[in-house]
Design a protein around this ligand. Structure first.
Ligand code: ADP
Ligand code: MG
Length: 300
């Protein structure tokens, strides 16, 4: 496209809340045949809420939530925020747990797995089954059952181990964005296929994909794994776009022919992307492709 055409299109995009960083992205977007979507915060609202808590030991509900809250208090992860919010609410109603909130020491983040910390004199792990396996903590049949029941309902389970034993678990739910299904089906009608790539587990990912009509799922991937998937697709001769919001999406956003960041996402993702959806509305993925198609067809 000519510089003038690019200027007109990026100006139009900006007025619609679609920030396009330069002519290259604009030129490539109309050729995109596959769009890869991150799950949490991209297809879903990204504000998970605790909807169930189950204890697997003799600990009281209050102590359990206090310990989980203390361990997660320093984490930026949306799941951590859900756990902390739940703990705070419980604390407000009982008025007893304030001391725990600053109580964690040796806090460590395990990307794609959870967190570990010392709360008082207790070793605490909060995260998924992978985190438990890393620390050789047994996950018994009862816990497995709770996990699979919740995952089938598209919920993600957070296990809490205290001193080497799973003391309890929380289930969080993160609803899909209201426009997600409509956007996916419209993309399909444009001849563009959809794939979900997520760090979350297979069962939850599959349930969410089904809800929004996404055909293919890749779950339990780390940030570099997400980028590898993009490269695989490109090697088959596809032009690929990636839509994501997290720090963990940034390698994939860079690898993609067109990286698209959710405006409400992290600064790292926004910087890594070629296009930013200021309104955080998935419909603007279509707006961006439309702008590209119109600009290019005006030239040729
Ligand atoms: P996504 O690709 O969905 O954004 P992440 O790679 O951030 O996922 O995390 C993958 C999984 O790791 C989460 O679904 C969750 O099970 C677990 N996890 C990561 N961080 C935390 C945390 N702070 N607390 C509990 N679980 C966590
Ligand atoms: Mg995300």
């Amino acid at each position: 496209a000519t510089p003038t055409a690019v200027m007109v299109a990026t100006g139009k995009g900006a007025s619609l809340g679609v920030l396009i960083k330069g002519g290259d992205a604009l030129e490539k977007a109309h050729k995109v045949k596959t769009i890869v979507f991150d799950k949490t915060g991209t297809l879903t609202v990204g504000k998970p809420k605790v909807v169930s808590v189950m204890l697997f030991s003799s600990i009281s509900m209050e102590d359990f939530c206090n310990v989980a809250t203390a361990a997660e208090a320093n984490s930026e992860h949306p799941i951590a925020k859900a756990v902390v919010e739940h703990g705070r609410k419980l604390g407000q109603s009982s008025g007893s747990n304030a001391q725990f909130f600053e109580g964690a020491k040796d806090f460590e983040v395990h990307a794609g797995a959870g967190v570990t910390a010392k709360v008082g004199d207790k070793m605490v792990l909060v995260g998924n089954k992978r985190l438990m396996q890393t620390y050789n903590i047994p996950v018994c049949y009862e816990v497995e059952n709770y996990i699979s029941e919740n995952e089938q309902l598209a919920r993600t389970c957070v296990l809490v181990a205290i001193d080497g034993k799973v003391a309890g678990a929380l289930a969080v739910t993160d609803p899909v964005k209201p426009e997600a299904m409509r956007v996916i089906s419209y993309l399909h009608s444009m001849g563009i296929s959809s794939i979900m790539v997520t760090g979350d587990n297979w069962a939850t990912a599959g349930a969410i994909a089904k809800e929004v009509g996404i055909e293919k799922v890749v779950a339990e991937t780390d940030p570099l794994g997400k980028a590898e998937r993009i490269k695989d697709l490109q090697m088959k001769g596809n032009k690929v776009a990636m839509v994501g919001d997290g720090i963990n999406d940034s390698p994939a956003l860079v690898a993609a022919d067109v990286g698209i960041a959710i405006g409400a996402g992290t600064d790292v993702a926004i910087e890594a992307a070629d296009v930013v959806l200021i309104k955080s509305n998935l419909e603007d993925v279509i707006t961006a492709i439309d702008l590209s198609r119109k600009t290019i067809s005006r030239i040729h």
